[in-house]
Structures are given as C-alpha cells and as structure tokens.
Design a protein around this ligand. Sequence first.
Ligand SMILES: Nc1ncnc2c1ncn2[C@@H]1O[C@H](COP(=O)(O)OP(=O)(O)O)[C@@H](O)[C@H]1O
Ligand SMILES: [Mg+2]
Length: 258
Amino acid sequence: MLLQASDIHVSFPEASPFFLRRRRRPVLKGVSLFLREGQCLGIVGESGCGKSTLGRVLIGLLRPERGRVLVCGEDLYDRRGTKARRCGSVVFQDYTSSVNPRFRIEAVMNEPLRTLEGLDKRELRERAAELLERVGLGGGFLERYPHQLSGGQLQRVCIARALAGAPRFLLLDEAVSSLDVSVQVQIMDLLAELKETHGLSYLFITHDLEAVTYLCDSVLFMHDGVFVEETGDVSRIGDVTHPFARQLLSAVAGFDMA
Ligand SMILES: Nc1ncnc2c1ncn2[C@@H]1O[C@H](COP(=O)(O)OP(=O)(O)O)[C@@H](O)[C@H]1O
Ligand SMILES: [Mg+2]
C-alpha cells in the first residue's frame, strides 16, 4: 500500500467577535482512503467540501487533529518519516504562482534538485534537462523565463519539478482545471504516459468529473468533509446512488442519467 489515511479530522477556527471563544468549524470529519501502487484515484466534490485540505494532509503540509497518514509504510507526521515525505510530490492548480517569475526555468528546476544529492552544476543541468524531456519539453526551455511559456508548458515544468525527487505518487490538486480543454487533454495524456513508463500513482483532486473519468480508475466522492460514495471501477460511474454524487454526474454535459 502506497498511502493509507485513516479517520482524518481537521477543523479551522471560525471568524468570531473577539469576546467570544473562537469556535472551530470541522472541515474533514473522519476521512479514510488508500492508494495502491499504480492506481489513479480521483477525489471529486464541489468547491469548498475539503478536497485541498485533505490534499495538504496527505502530502505532509497539514497535520490532522485526529487520524493517521501512512505513506510508503511510514507515518507521515512522525519526525523520522523522511522516506514518507519523499514518497509523494504535489502539483497545484496555480502554476503561475508555483514558480518564481524572476527565475529562469533552470533555477526553478534546481530548487528541488539541489536538496536531493550532491550534484555539481553540470549534473544539475543534465538532470533538469532530462526531467523536462520526460514531460515533453526540450532542454532548450532551461534558458527561458516563466512568462515565455504557455500555461500548458508551465504546468509541464511543475510536473517535471515534482518528479525531481523520484516520487512514487503525485498529488494533483486541480492541476489541469485552469487550462484550456485541449491542453488539459495533453497534460492528462502525459500523466497517463508517466504512469505507464514510471509506474507512478496519482491522487487526482478535482471538481471536474469529466477529467476524472478520463484518467482515473476509481473515484471517491466528497461532500461536506466526508466521502459519501466510492466507485471502484470508473466505467461503472453511472451506477452511483448518493444524491450528491448523482448531482455531480448530472452536471457533466452529455452524461446520460439512467
Ligand atoms: N487555512 C484555513 N483556514 C480557515 N479555513 C480554511 C483554511 N483552509 C480551508 N479552509 C476552509 O475549509 C473549507 C474547505 O476548503 P478546501 O479544502 O480548500 O475545499 P476544496 O478544495 O474542496 O474547494 C472551506 O470552507 C475553506 O474556506
Ligand atoms: Mg481546492
């Protein structure tokens, strides 16, 4: 098992007048999931239901108040869990703010590469070029600045950067949502190809059910901080019964609701 989360609880303080005790609003209310080797697991749900919060918990950015996250056999929130923290890597939606606009792509790529091994300058450059090749960009992109790239190209750079530490799974949080539809398809084809060639697994977080069915083999439906339904086989997604899952499904253009 690559990743196993059990009974995750997270709450955030509510805005309230200073004289009242700050109450906390539960955002994740006992969420459990697992991700197998080579699996693409989709997590769908309407905006604000807690998907990104869960993503942050699963990638080591937010310690849950309750519950446990095991990644590559180690507790992610154990101080010694270094293997766990390297096991997964994340790609966010907002590729423009994920890279420093003043850095050339070479420097963008060097950020994660530098922390890994004692590579010299030439080796760093080779590694960066190699990673860019893998996502369909040539080494020529190393010299460019982010503003000289299209949205799709920049998101490819973010994917290449996420691959720097040779992770076993990628967490993609709305990573294709803000791209044009044709570019979305290209990026998802790239992800499918990386899955084949590198045996990568994915946690694919999105509000877009269509993207999920394109890439994932199973889907979890989230509503208001809990999972309400799971589809183990994406080709049978039309069989979901929970009202919120059906509501999401009916929003997909052309989906025939039996
Ligand atoms: N750091 C935070 N502090 C307070 N509230 C937050 C914080 N992060 C998220 N929230 C709230 O938690 C809820 C779930 O947010 P999020 O996980 O981003 O949802 P989603 O990704 O599904 O749209 C939202 O109501 C959001 O406002
Ligand atoms: Mg989100």
